[in-house]
Design a protein around this ligand. Structure first.
Ligand code: FSA
Length: 436
């Protein structure tokens, strides 16, 4: 039975709960490393609609406030350029800016992030262009005709976006071909962890029970449930707080898609960001930047309220619609009158320092968590599995910042985000009030 300090045998049964970024990347890598008995379960078809990664596209960029993550992201970008991932990566470049209204925090974060990569040899001469005016911005993104008044920042050519859902589908299909078993639907909807207590206080996780009563037994269970992990493991809610951000789209015609083709990812840190339109559907995705929305609930058997995702929110908060509309009118005013469609909130699992958690649970054998995406994990899809496989193979997590942390840590004020965390129920109630 694997535990801390005991590497998992190659033929041991491994149960991965959750078929999103962490789950699929882990299954893929473990398979490549010779593990032969892997099962992925999910409450929905994989890639799971409950995964934040199951989205039209996600930003792929290496600049981070923290050089530790900048290095990892650079490695991930290298992987995105290999034949396996390249069809799902579009190196459009990344235009990062702040508007004149941006708080000092956003300015500092932008500078720190740029500093983390500016002198890295991975960036060829000419990778960066400073942006101090709309003219500069248009020089890097000629398809934008907005005035972007007072925007300042930079353009990074060594970045772009991933076709997120398609990349996950590719990972899932490859896992399948490599012999990973998938169980989805109610049969794969884990609702309870299973434990066995042994002599001398040893506690062993033996697998999970699903909503229809099926029990899956495994030598090693890995929870990859993203923002939803607190529903199965409430005690992780001290470390992983579910927070949501708003996503919306505008529908473009075939001609408009052509006009916007090759548009870089544009991220105005105090407004929001958007992507080149999708060639297949003509949808241009936009997202509002902010501190995120929580959903606090009382969890049975857990004393304090915890933030977990709610399926009951339809649409996005009005305040985010306004941010997105401002972003459009600043950058592409010709689409200002366009209706926002496919609006939803996307749930992430936030930690205090935006660090992932990839570790065994203290005091329990056979149970590991891989998550704490903190809203910046998708770009790491090609490399996440290596980190998880290392822990499985070595029998322990040697990277301190990714260890399980005891005690409570607040993730209310994240240095790289603007705004204040609010509860989604409160934010959505303003939508209704404004309609009265
Ligand atoms: O890693 C990235 O560049 C993605 S950040 C995108 C985002 O919407 C954040 O802006 C937000 O703060 C949250 O972390 C969800 O992801």
């Amino acid at each position: 039975m694997p535990s801390h300090g005991a590497p998992t045998a190659k033929n041991a049964s491994i149960l991965i709960v959750g078929g999103g970024v962490f789950g699929l990347s882990s299954a893929l890598q473990l398979s490549k490393n010779g593990y032969t008995n892997i099962t992925v379960i999910d409450r929905e078809a994989v890639p799971s609609p409950y995964s934040a990664g199951n989205d039209l596209n996600k930003i792929v960029r290496a600049e981070y406030e923290d050089p530790f993550y900048a290095k990892l992201a650079l490695n991930a970008i290298k992987q995105w350029q290999t034949p396996f991932w390249a069809p799902y990566y579009k190196p459009t470049g990344y235009l990062v800016a702040i508007s004149p209204d941006a708080p000092q925090k956003a300015r500092d974060s932008l500078q720190k992030s740029l500093a983390s990569i500016k002198n890295d040899p991975a960036f060829k001469h000419g990778s960066f262009t400073a942006i101090g005016s709309a003219k500069d911005a248009k020089g890097c993104a000629p398809m934008l005709n907005g005035n972007m008044e007072g925007w300042s920042g930079y353009f990074n050519r060594h970045a772009g976006y991933a076709r997120a859902a398609k990349a996950l589908e590719h990972a899932a299909k490859t896992c399948n071909e490599m012999g990973v078993k998938f169980v989805t639907g109610d049969n794969g909807y884990a609702v309870e962890l299973q434990f066995r207590d042994e002599l001398q206080g040893r506690r062993i996780c033996t697998g999970v029970k699903t909503t229809n009563g099926t029990i899956y037994q495994a030598a090693q269970t890995i929870l990859c449930l993203g923002a939803h992990i607190g529903t199965l493991l409430p005690e992780i809610s001290y470390q992983v707080m579910a927070k949501a951000w708003s996503v919306a789209h505008i529908q473009l015609s075939a001609e408009e898609v052509e006009e916007m083709k090759d548009c870089p990812v544009v991220n105005c840190r105090d407004l929001g960001f958007f992507f080149e339109p999708d060639e297949d559907t003509g949808l241009l995705k936009l997202s509002a930047n902010g501190a995120g929305y929580t959903n606090y609930v009382t969890s049975p058997g857990f004393q304090e309220q915890i933030s977990i995702p709610t399926p009951s929110v339809k649409g996005i908060p009005k305040e985010d619609e306004e941010l997105i509309k401002r972003l459009i009118s600043n950058t592409m005013p010709k689409f200002s009158g366009r209706q926002l469609v496919n609006k939803f909130i996307c749930w992430c699992g936030d930690t205090a320092e935006s660090d992932f958690i990839i570790d065994f649970l203290p005091g329990v054998e056979g149970l590991m968590v891989a998550g704490g995406d903190s809203g910046h994990a998708f770009k790491m899809l090609p490399v996440v599995g290596e980190w998880v496989a290392n822990v499985i193979m070595e029998g322990e997590q040697s990277i301190t910042r990714w260890k399980w942390k005891d005690g409570k840590a607040s993730s209310d004020d994240i240095s790289w985000r603007v705004g204040t965390v609010r509860d989604i129920k409160e934010a959505m109630s303003l939508n209704t009030r404004s309609q009265i």
